[in-house]
Design a protein around this ligand. Sequence first.
Ligand code: 4NP
Length: 153
Amino acid sequence: MLKITFVCLGNICRSPMAELIFKNMLEKQGLSDKFEITSSATSNYETGNPIYYLAQQILSKHNINGSHTAKRISKQELASSDFILVMDSENYQDIMRINGVDKNKVFKLCDFTSNPRDVADPWYTRDFETTYNDILDGCTSFLEYLKSNNFLK
Ligand code: 4NP
């Protein structure tokens, strides 16, 4: 069982989108029972809140359903995750600053792609389609990485 935790600032847009997109990808490929997937925030700004309505709307448009309640990442969750996949450089720095974090398991999601980059932050741009496409690209490439490096035995 591989535990993957997606992380962003608020845990209401990018990381819950990644959680549900990746879960959907795993379901389609019959791989769900090999994984435990969740998402968390680097902050407490949105703790207790549901997925932001525009993020939910773009997921629905792509036939991806599900819900999530925002929470800040805990020390326990950091320790128990095999991969901590952050959305951008700010998230990366925030996670790396936490005492005792195993730096070898922290990656930016789109660093697995052929075009390493931050996932576009839709909070001010309201462009959730670009965010969706970045996350889809990142999740596809990450799953390929796991397969070609024998993580899915
Ligand atoms: P997320 O988006 O990090 O992708 O969930 C944001 C949510 C809330 C805020 C910023 C970004 N905020 O400033 O409250």
